[in-house]
Design a protein. Sequence first.
Length: 104
Amino acid sequence: MLLTTTSTIQNREIEIYYGLVSGETIIGANIIKDFFAGITDIVGGRSGSYERVLKEAKEEAIREMSMQASAMGANAVIGIDLDYETVGSSMLMVTAAGTAVKLK
């Protein structure tokens, strides 16, 4: 499955547009990660625990979107957009959306 944020693929012709596909993941932060992230905010630096959780959530959303496209008969998803939104006070939603297509 070819995945791209662009709306076209150089030297490839789109044969069929199947339509919108998406994948969503909602993750919760736990109190220990919140505590250490708070310390990181105070002293500076990156929060490795949050980065790992975000990476896993992004990969899961993309995997779900790809499976939906594959079930439609697509061999590519173009125009992919990744969104991150907070849900409540300690939840984060990651959404991957794009257009499922069949390339010649």
